[in-house]
Write a protein that binds this ligand. Structure first.
Ligand code: FRU
Length: 489
């Protein structure tokens, strides 16, 4: 039986979701439809479909009383909305059902593992790990929750910042990585193990910030990919002085090998996404063995701003991405299922770019656009810029500068107000002045994949949808091949 709080959320959805004009929503990116969403949760395969839950406040476009919203898909592009899955209706989670994950059990049940937040007598949060069992629609919280409590923490672990379990099956058993704040004031990822998913023991600290990259480490995920162990986390309060990490909440990927005690011997570290809106990524292993990642396409530092007041939702997910590891780096590309939705194709080859140009039929706010740029033989270029989401007063400019080896994205005219961080520059690998930029636009976002996914950069944009122009310009002379597909999903 759903609790009063869960029934209330589900009734609210039934009443309000049908009022939302589809034209107000992205075509193929997940939102709450109504209300606020943040982190993806419980990204998992269950009965041959992919389920995605998310941090969710159905009632308002601001963060508050965290529920778990729920959608599912067969192909990561078309999503079906399901009723709200969890409400903060127990004493151990009355201040929120925070982020977590899910696995399918051998007995056919779907297990959700999440952080329950309660207030202790000292007024501070107490975060514990809890579970719920369900059938893909209805979930029952376990009567002996919480299953991981502060007494299992190592001596330097904080019971206040102890959250976001990512569970996985290891043969017949289970393991979970959980984010934690340690007594040195910075983050760590703790590994717990269990034979039955009900009784847990602390195994080891997989990795720690040691005050190098941010403080609390949120939303860990640990997986094996292409012969390496990969740990992704979302550090808070990062201070950054280079192009690699953004200030505030950022994302971090550590690649290396786990030793025999499950400690990560790191070989490389990098940011995951070089855009302004990307946080709390989580992955799933697909039926055909791909590691697919999704993230919240929003920056915590700009969540107070509502660029378009009429939008019934706040917060959207990225397009799911296929991951690989190459030469110690994480490579990301849009899920291949997107190719099935490509509509009209427009192709231009060897276009000479210097003064600003537009091309017939090259436009749109729901498109898959690839631009291959190389220097003209007779003349090299200082910079080349692709403007998307362009209108009279709007545009998002993506500028490649080969001498600096950087891409600068400027969305100052992308619908966000002044005062919000609107520019980000990042380094790209040198390819003798050549670069391939793939843009996925979907009404309120632009995701950029550079040189076959060596860098990815995600941006929420809030200019009017009518600002759908695309143009090209260069300082000097560049040659461009342009391939555009409409995405009429
Ligand atoms: C990350 C996060 C998580 C937490 C959730 C609460 O964005 O802070 O650590 O579980 O959001 O909504």
């Amino acid at each position: 039986m759903p609790s009063i709080l869960l029934s209330r959320a589900r009734d609210y959805e039934t009443e309000h979701l049908s009022d939302v004009p589809p034209a107000h929503l992205p075509r193929f990116h997940v939102t709450g439809g109504v209300g606020w969403i943040n982190d993806p949760n419980g990204f998992s395969m269950y009965r041959d479909e992919y389920h995605l839950f998310f941090q969710y406040n159905p009632y308002d476009v601001y963060w508050d009383n965290m529920h778990w919203g729920h959608v599912k898909t067969r192909d990561f592009i078309r999503w079906e909305r399901l009723p709200c899955a969890l409400a903060p209706d127990k004493s151990y989670d009355e201040f929120g059902c925070f982020s977590g994950s899910a696995v399918e059990l051998r007995d056919g049940r779907h297990l959700l593992m999440y952080t329950g937040v309660a207030k202790a007598d000292d007024g501070e949060d107490r975060q514990t790990q809890c579970i719920a069992f369900g059938d893909g629609i209805n979930y029952e919280k376990y009567e002996a929750n919480p299953v991981i409590t502060a007494d299992l923490l190592p001596p330097d672990g904080s019971p206040v910042h102890f959250r976001d379990p990512k569970i996985q099956k290891v043969g017949d058993k289970f393991s979970a990585v959980v984010g934690n704040l340690t007594s040195d004031g910075s983050g760590a990822v703790l590994l717990f193990e269990s034979d039955d998913a009900l009784h847990w023991r602390f195994a080891n600290k997989v990795a720690a910030s040691e005050n190098r990259i941010g403080r609390m480490w949120e939303c860990p995920d640990l997986f094996r990919l292409d012969g390496k162990d990969v740990l992704i986390v979302s550090p808070q309060e990062v201070r950054s002085s280079n192009l690699e990490f953004i200030e505030g909440n950022t994302t971090l990927c550590l690649i290396g090998e786990l030793d025999e005690n499950s400690r990560l011997i790191r070989q490389t570290e990098q940011t995951i996404d070089y855009g302004l809106d990307f946080y709390a990524p989580q992955t799933v292993l697909t039926k055909d063995g791909r590691r697919v990642m999704i993230a919240w396409m929003q920056y915590w530092n700009s969540v107070e701003v509502r660029p378009i007041k009429e939008l019934p939702f706040f917060g959207q997910m990225t397009l799911p991405r296929e991951l690989t590891v190459r030469d110690g780096r994480l490579i990301q590309n849009p899920v291949r299922e997107l190719l099935n939705y490509r509509g009209n194709k427009i192709l231009y080859k060897n276009i000479s770019v210097s003064e600003k140009i537009t091309l017939p039929c090259v436009k749109g706010r729901s498109v898959d656009l690839t631009v291959k740029i190389k220097p003209d033989k007779s003349d090299s270029f200082k910079s080349v810029t692709v403007n998307v989401a362009e209108g009279k007063d709007h545009s998002v400019a993506v500028c490649y500068c080969p001498a600096a080896g950087t891409v600068l994205v400027d969305r100052s005219r992308g619908g966000w107000p002044e005062g919000v961080l609107n520019k980000r520059e990042f380094a790209v690998r040198d390819r003798a002045g050549e670069i391939t930029l793939r843009f996925i636009l979907d009404r309120y976002s632009m995701e950029l994949f550079v040189n076959g996914g060596e860098e990815a950069a995600s941006f929420a944009i809030f200019s009017p949808k009518e600002a759908d122009g695309i143009s090209f310009e260069a300082e000097g002379k560049a040659i461009a091949d342009i391939e555009l597909y409409t995405l009429d999903i």
